[in-house]
Design a protein. Structure first.
Lengths: 72, 474
């Protein structure tokens, strides 16, 4: 499969992330994955414009015991 | 051999109780069908014939003795191969887990066993439910045309149900993995409300998007199966403390009083003309049932898909990190690509996606002040032709860089992001005899309303209960 010229920002971001996370990689593989990573970063940028300032992330912290009445 | 061509869970249950045939006879019939037809379909990874015969024998004896555990007692089922089943290999369609034997049952498997269901085996799927066939397992073939894709990731579940190799199956759905294969194989697939059905003991793809649900030949069967598996489970952090579902609640819904919105902005572009025409006909049929049909706009569509892509990619990459570090070469190529690319997502983007998600859920709630249901195609195209054993229904074709996962989840993924109930029901056939699915969605925890509307549509359309030529009745 042929790949377009890799996006340098996404490629750099991916290289740093994989290094921090301890995932072995190489130059050829980074080139091959750059466009895919770039598309995901574009998704993220699109989201920044949409989220209202007073909205919290939809991440629930439910501590043990908090839903005791729901246990059955 | 028993004729299973028009058999449903409800009808089999009635037959057991009238003495027409027993669970043991029915289980033997399905095992014979698997033996006869599955070599060409590849829907099962593991067939648990001996355990199935034992369980069916027990069900037969219990029913004969007047011990009745309810509508699933003695019913032969299959489970996607990422549900833990004690003592049985559970591969997730992956080389990495090819030899894993679970030590316990997933909560839903245990609930179905307690209800007397008979497990026939474990079903083929896309690797780790992430959209790619692993070459070690091969593709499950669409029973309506063996050269066409069965979709995914719950491919084997859809194929086995459509081909009459079991009465029903369980699947999982993170971006459409129950509904898309259900649509492409001509069966009913229901993604319940997030939190209604436990995922404990089910391999995750994306914790905040994953759902477990029924894949059946009729809507009534989906409701019966859903009742058995729904309910709070402290072992699943996403489980809703108030979770419950009763199939009988469908009867309290008057479909003729429902207001249905058609979000054309979701499917005005990129939907195949033939699929579009079939779905437009189906929408007219809903109107003929007395439902009020009106156009609506689901706002923020591009952001919903962006949120789905960011969340599924980040969560899947986090779950798989240890294996990507140590066994990357054992993944199918495209699975590995997706997992490694997902590691580039900044934490801020992930949290923005979860913020947008809350905004979209609120927007959907406002939309549902106006309408009870949304209706749209399940998929933009009917089942496409496969390229070979390692064909990837969602992946980029040769020479294309765009990830087709984005396109594949376009009509189904929004309802994973919003956690809303969504069912796919057969609504027609293309000219080359491939099924098309109609998707109905509703408010969270109103699964009974969604299913009641789908049941009314099904009764009016008569599209269910046909067996494909690849696995005929006799």
């Amino acid at each position: 499969m042929s790949h377009p010229a890799p996006d340098p920002t996404a490629r750099d971001m991916l290289a740093v992330s994989l290094k921090i996370l301890g995932v072995p990689t190489d130059e050829q593989r980074l080139d091959a994955l750059a466009a895919r990573a770039s598309a995901l970063l574009e998704d993220g940028e699109r989201l920044s414009a949409r989220a209202a300032p007073d909205v919290e992330p939809l991440v629930t912290l439910r501590l043990p015991g908090a839903d005791r009445e729901g246990d059955r | 051999m028993l004729d299973v061509s028009r058999l449903t869970i409800c009808e089999a249950g009635a037959a057991f109780r009238s003495g027409r045939f027993t669970p043991l006879e029915l289980t033997r019939a399905y095992l014979e069908r698997i033996e006869r037809f599955d070599a060409g379909l590849n829907s099962f990874i593991t067939v648990t014939a001996e355990a199935a015969i034992d369980a069916a024998g027990r069900a037969t004896d219990e029913l004969a003795a007047g011990v009745d555990r309810g509508p699933l007692h003695g019913i032969p089922l299959g489970y996607k191969d990422l549900f833990a089943t004690a003592g049985v290999r559970t591969t997730a369609g992956a080389r990495i887990l090819a030899d894993r034997v679970a030590t316990h049952d997933a909560t839903v498997v245990r609930r179905l066993a307690d209800a007397g269901a008979v497990m026939l085996g474990k079903l083929n799927m896309l690797e780790f439910a992430y959209g790619v066939v692993h070459p070690d397992f091969g593709a499950a073939h669409n029973p309506w045309n063996l050269e066409h894709s069965s979709g995914g990731s719950s491919s084997g579940s859809a194929v086995a149900t459509a081909a009459g190799l079991c009465l029903a199956t369980l699947g999982t759905d993170t971006g459409g993995s129950i509904r898309q294969p259900a649509a492409w194989c001509g069966i009913v697939g229901h993604k319940p409300t997030y939190g209604l059905v436990s995922r404990a003991g089910v391999d995750p793809l994306s914790w905040t998007l994953d759902h477990v649900g029924p894949m059946t030949r009729t809507v009534d069967d989906a409701a019966v199966l859903l009742e058995a598996i729904a309910g709070y489970d402290p072992e699943d952090p996403g489980s809703a403390p108030t979770a419950s579902f009763r199939a009988a609640d469908l009867d309290a819904v008057d479909p003729g009083r429902l207001r249905v919105g058609v979000p054309r902005n979701l499917f005005e572009h990129g939907v195949d003309r033939e699929v579009q025409a079939i779905v437009e006909g189906a929408i007219q049929r809903l109107a003929s049932l007395g439902m009020t049909v009106e156009p609506v706009q689901l706002p923020g569509l591009r952001e919903i898909i962006a949120a789905e892509m960011v969340i599924i990619s980040a969560e899947a990459s986090a779950f798989h990190l240890p294996w990507v570090r140590s066994r990357a070469q054992d993944y199918a190529e495209l699975t590995r690509d997706r997992l490694e690319a997902g590691m580039a997502i900044p934490a801020v983007h992930y949290l923005e996606a979860q913020r947008v998600r809350r905004t979209q859920i609120a927007a959907a709630a406002r939309l549902h002040e106006q309408v009870d249901l949304l209706v749209l195609p399940t998929t933009a195209i009917a089942a496409p032709k496969m390229g070979g054993e390692t064909d990837d229904p969602d992946g980029p074709p040769e020479g294309e860089q765009a990830d087709r996962l984005r396109g594949a989840i376009g009509l189904t993924g929004p309802f994973n992001v919003m956690g809303a109930p969504a069912v796919s029901v057969p609504c027609g056939w293309t000219a080359n005899r491939l099924p098309v699915g109609l998707q109905l969605t509703g408010r969270p925890f109103e699964d009974h309303i969604v299913l009641a509307a789908a049941r009314a549509f099904e009764a009016a359309s008569g599209e269910s209960l046909v067996l494909p030529e690849s696995a005929p009745a006799r």
